[in-house]
Design a protein around this ligand. Sequence first.
Ligand SMILES: [Zn+2]
Length: 456
Amino acid sequence: MPYLSEILCEYDPRWQEPVTRVREAKSLALMVMAVWVVMRQLAVRLLEEELAVRAEAPTRWPGCRHCGRRWHSKGFRERRLGTLFGPIRWRRRVGRCPQGCAGSAVAPLDEALGLLPHQRTGAEVHWMGCLLAVFVPYETACRLLPQLTGVPLATGTLWRWVQPVGQRVMAQLAEAVEGLAAGTLPPAEPLAAEWAALPLVIGADGVMVPFRPEPGTPKGKTRWREVKVAILARVGERLTRHGQRVTGLAQRRLVAVLGTIEELTPRLWLEAVRQQVRTAVRVVWLSDGGRGFWTVFQRCFQALGATAILDFYHAAQNLYKGAAAWLDGRTCACQQWFTAIRHRLRHGDEQQVLAELAALVATPSLPESARDTLTNLYHYLKTHEDHIHYDQFKTAGLPIGSGLVESACKWLIQQRFKGVGMRWSEPGFNHLLHLRLAWVNQRFDSAFPAMIPSPN
Ligand SMILES: [Zn+2]
């Protein structure tokens, strides 16, 4: 059996040099890197060979769009493209209208291959570049991509690639939202049988992102704007290696919008329908006291019989504010009262907690400042009377803290959009946000039509 390296060198003496580097590599790491170079060159040759074969096949010339005459071949012309393996070149037939109509030359093979007339980089490189940009700052991604692929990249190129893809994803989303409003249901996302039996937990929160004050210039004071984030997930309990019961999420989906609650609501509803909210065994809404987000619950999920839970830690925080206003935060009495009432709220005595607060507010000797705070606290808990059955919720295996919403905000927004010195333009933020959403929701590849095999 001849060695593969010998076959290569016999086939073309130009392989001699890279193959020699493999043979001379001392460490395994250097050997792997030398093979990497050989593999890239081999891939380029395979691609160019295949393209040459296809270019030789008979061409069916289309009719001219303007005058209808059949195009004439003007012979073979070179085409270059940056691919995942480095630059490639091949020659293919180019034709034009015998009348010389506008629209100049056409290359039927380019069209068959899904190449646009002025495209200089392969769709697979765009895909990988956008994927990198989802996770790391543009500057870093611009350095990583040439290292990974061998495609040289000018600063700003990656940013320009992300914009049209982001626009496409946003347009698809807008279409689906409008469709649903007009009565066209989106296809339900497939769900594993063991997850279908779990409650669908939905929650939402807001997170601030730094923006440039004026479009087109980095000057001026940072403008902070709120991004609304919602999470939908099947929530169950699983045992850790140490036998501890912890909450586990499955089929986690995120929705986010740089905009108002009114703009979040239809997007969240769309995703909820995709996640089969209407047939879920149990729907749970989880949020802190933010009034705006509770209107989402009232508008979308209340009528479905959803269970709503007021974030326990938020409720406890408000109890503490009440305790501190009444009993001075530094005292032992304050600490004791707070600990006791928090314990009762957590363990099924919510009605007594409400009764105690009502009695307290009615006490004539209460100072006025404390009365206001305690009255607010009472109304807050009374409003959420149905959402504070923490003992029942816990027994049913439901989460009582909105930690899953907060961690979604951290991952989706904090990690990529709030790096040192980062400030965004509205379109720049939106395009990348929607790519990041597509990634986390496992729909990233569908944003790249050229990467999806078409059924023949
Ligand atoms: Zn013509």
